[in-house]
Design a protein around this ligand. Structure first.
Ligand code: ZN
Length: 232
């Protein structure tokens, strides 16, 4: 009984936490990679800062747009499902009642009790009962496009602000190293945070996120170095 409750709690908590950590990860990796790439080409501090800032804004906008579109379409299909269910409830109330009772029976209630529960919940709010127990749509899980878009833009910007700080405060000659070290440290920290919250193995989560981050930064450093030599 207790473990079951904990499990459900885990899922709702890791839902938003994972989204937040993912947004921040993206912000760190892409902004740091741009900064390192431009710095490796041998440009000045203000050009690096400008490129990093432009990358941060572009990334945050694209995260927000992508999130809005994806969550909107989820929300559209939820609404369509609810409308269809509402029509069914008006057209076939008896069949819908039997359907609801069957669901409770399959969850372990006796058929008499399942019937009673279905009757009472149908009297209370039939659509809510069908939405929750048949389709798994609750108020908590309902898709919210604007909130999702704002949240992912915000977390991306917070993540991306970190390597930008390195450009502002570190001396030009050590921008690449300071950015790399800070970014990988924070990526590791975020990875361990989300692994801990989700009850996932710690080392693997940290290794995955830091290795991918390091690979992205190394790749843009290489590209920056090559183009810096060609263009400069
Ligand atoms: Zn139904």
């Amino acid at each position: 009984m207790y473990s079951h409750h904990d499990e459900a709690h885990y899922v709702t908590r890791t839902g938003w936490l994972r989204a937040a950590v993912m947004g921040a990860n993206d912000g760190i990796v892409s902004t740091a990679s741009i900064i390192i790439g431009v710095a490796a080409a041998g440009t000045g501090q203000s050009e690096i800062l400008l490129a990093g800032l432009a990358g941060l804004i572009a990334g945050a906008m694209s995260m927000a747009a992508g999130e809005y579109v994806s969550v909107s379409s989820q929300s559209d299909s939820e609404r369509a499902d609810l409308a269809r269910e509402s029509r069914e409830l008006q057209k076939n109330p008896d069949a819908e009642l039997a359907e609801l009772a069957k669901i409770y029976e399959m969850r372990g209630l006796t058929s008499e009790l399942a019937r009673d529960v279905a009757v009472q919940l149908t009297e209370h709010d039939a659509l809510e009962a069908h939405a929750r127990d048949e389709m798994g749509i609750t108020d908590l899980s309902k898709a919210r496009p604007v909130q999702a878009a704002l949240a992912s833009a915000a977390t991306f910007s917070i993540g991306g602000a970190l390597p930008l700080m390195a450009v502002i405060f570190a001396p030009l000659t050590s921008i690449i190293w300071v950015t790399t070290v800070i970014s990988i440290l924070v990526l590791g920290l975020l990875g361990s945070l989300s692994a801990k919250a989700g009850g996932a193995p710690l080392f693997r989560a940290i290794a995955r996120v830091t290795l991918w981050g390091a690979a992205a930064m190394a790749a843009t450093a290489l590209v920056g170095r090559i183009f810096g030599t060609i263009v400069g």
